[in-house]
Write a protein that binds this ligand. Structure first.
Ligand code: MLT
Length: 200
């Protein structure tokens, strides 16, 4: 997959897996990762699907209606890619924390819904429930930060509260943070994610 890797200055720190929103690319979340932990490594990936030229991580049939077969295949592809990248770039596969926005947060959530060990933790900005038909793996103790908008037209608030409950029922430690700037990724939620990360 097309990506950027930056080796962090401290090898004990996690590698941030950066996953952009629809129409974004692997450059979008680099400043955010640097703000959250300037010493961490970064693996920033571009989604392999193009929707009228807009990169995404999996296909959708309509807004908010996912192509579940493609989501499954792309989630497997991304998980395999992280493993390969860990070997190529020599980072610790077991110390990867995803930071995703919107479509990128949705595939990060689906990594959590599919594998117990794909991610050490996740920061999900404006995610949805990626799959309502699946049983989650054991996510005991996996820390997850979710930020959501009370007035997000793309993710109704039940998407966030349902995601929180599903992850909690699988054992994850979930922190749900609310803003009211619609679907936008704003500084206050990035600051909240930074505070949350600092307490891990
Ligand atoms: C999705 O398709 O993943 C969600 O609707 C969010 C978006 O990318 O617009």
């Amino acid at each position: 997959m097309k990506h950027i890797f930056h080796q962090g200055s401290n090898k004990e720190k996690p590698t941030f897996l950066l996953l952009h929103g629809t129409g974004g690319n692997e450059n979008d979340l680099l400043p955010l990762a640097k703000h959250i932990d300037p010493e961490a490594s970064v693996l920033s990936v571009r989604g392999n699907v193009s929707e009228n030229g807009m990169p995404r991580f999996f296909k959708r049939l309509a807004e908010g209606v996912f192509d579940m077969e493609d989501l499954k295949a792309r989630t497997e592809e991304l998980n395999e890619f992280i493993g390969k990248a860990a070997k190529d770039h020599d980072f610790d596969r077991s110390n990867v924390i995803a930071i995703g926005y919107s479509n990128g947060a949705n595939i990060a959530a689906n990594l959590l819904f599919t594998y117990s060990d794909a991610l050490k933790g996740a920061i999900l900005h404006h995610p949805m429930v990626p799959n309502r038909e699946t049983e989650l793996p054991d996510l005991a103790g996996v820390p997850v930060f979710i930020s959501a908008g009370t007035n997000d037209p793309i993710c109704p608030s039940e998407e966030s509260t349902d995601l929180e409950s599903l992850l909690k029922n699988a054992g994850a430690q979930v922190h749900l943070h609310w803003e009211n700037y619609g679907h936008q990724l704003t500084m206050p939620e990035v600051e909240a994610a930074k505070v949350w990360y600092g307490q891990l």
